[in-house]
Design a protein around this ligand. Sequence first.
Ligand code: F6R
Length: 606
Amino acid sequence: MCGIVGYTGKDLALGPVLEGLRKLEYRGYDSAGIALITDAGEKLWIEKRAGKLGNLEEILGDKVPNSHSGIGHTRWATHGGPTDENAHPHLDNEGKLAVIHNGIIENYLELRQQLEKAGHIFKSETDSESVAHLLSDSRKKHGGDLAAAMREVCQQLRGSFTLLAIHSDQPGRIVGARRNSPLVVGVGDGENFLASDVSAFISHTKRALELGQDEVADITADAIVITNLTGKTLPHNEYEISWDASAAERGGFEHFMLKEIFEQPKAIADTLLGRISGLESDVTKGIDLKNIDKVVIIACGTAYHAGLVGKYAIEKWANIAVDVELASEYRYREPSVDNKTLLIPISQSGETMDTLMAMRYAKEKGAKVFAVCNTNGSTIPRESDAVLYTHAGPEIAVASTKAFETQLIAMYLIGLHLGRIRGTISAELMAEIESELSELPAKVEQVLETVEPLRELTRKFSKSTSMLFLGRHVGFPTALEGALKLKELAYMHAEGFAGGELKHGPIALIEDGTPVVAIMPAAGSLLAEKMASNIQEVKARGAVIIAIADSPLAAANHLVRIPTTHEFLQPVLSVVPLQVIAYEMAIARGNDVDQPRNLAKSVTVE
Ligand code: F6R
């Protein structure tokens, strides 16, 4: 959720720290702050402001002292509102030690009470500030050794955290730690970085080090020492980042979201590459897919919708029961899981705490874990038995688009693969799906050609108070996704329904002029006629029908034509107009497209 960056090295720290924060702002944008250790006098200099990073940058002006090491934070508020006081960094009472934190310290109240009793004075309502006070005390106990203090303090904390700390007596040194929350080290030449993700430093170095659970990194400009919480030095697990900085730039588009919508044909093609006729053995090695009797998909939000589509395909092609579960609910009902369960967590970021915790629960019970993930080296794939990486590239806009498309592709690939190894899919159907899959990138291109007229149409509904989305079969999860996108971006009441379910209650919502987006099943499919009747039912009650369909539809007030594909694959095409509607509605209503209110890209708290 929050974005964290630290820099120590040959350059003035302000530049790389602010640049890192700009790249990480998608993770949270309620407030931002920096702390630097000044070159002259070795003092701590901090500035923090509520609101977006721009608010902080505005007040910095030319008053920032020279410094070669510092940390920066962009916040998604959990404990305490988005105020200047609650913004990070947080200081100890001597004003010499600064801490930034991502995650939740679950035992913070208990810690705070103990610290206050011992005379510490708190300035914020956050859970994070306790860490600054704890580190300050512990550091004194360890003769000024900040890394030793970090190791000790981490053992006192419950919950999830990425922490960075600096102390003015030790300029040039940054100490970081992580538990259930991401932290990577950027390995430079005469400079080193610590950050929530590699986008923060990729324009400086493509060398990165992964930090494992409960590991502490102690960095200076020329040295990196990684230890576990007992102080044992650990080997460096270095890797080369495969994408370049330009992949995370807007490239002429007005917003990241629009760029990412247009990148979908490539993302789909990249994810399909070399996999249509079978998943490479390096994907599935480490997992025995033959010996399973149930599939459980766990995910959140948009990824959950991809999982719902996956259920239709996997059950049909592989003839195996598939449950799709909201990750945040899953483990709390203590579901039955055993070593014949194939658990598929789907996650763009690979860091979603709800998904990670649900996955750990199932793994402990013996499930085999086959993750679908877009982020190399993130926690979910690292803890899985096997991984199917989606190749969407970096997704910066908070609202997921191209990652969703590639998650759908992953579902189809897994469905086909399981169908093949279980002998449950006919050769004809397999050939048909394979051929249709390979045509999807070109067909999504075709849908993208309808973007401009659809943007114009969307603006007509910008004053509506509600929009409903109807679908059947795989069109139902697509409808849920369309409604989620609209809520997220347009801050507008939106709901997705199964077409057949309306008459059981939700039809009462329809009034004169209510816009209803109907995702029509593929022409000629079993449900196309039933859905046409469902549309008549709402139209008769005054709804304005915007149909997404592969053939003409008499009842439609507005028709968005999409190419024909196999009925199971249709969400890949039909979701694109829904993304465009949400995008345009956000603009028409004056909302921030890439950073919608109250949200963050990577949800690393439960
Ligand atoms: C919606 C959106 C979220 C994410 C969800 C899971 O546009 O982006 O609903 O899909 O938070 O995130 P990941 O896929 O990173 O686990």
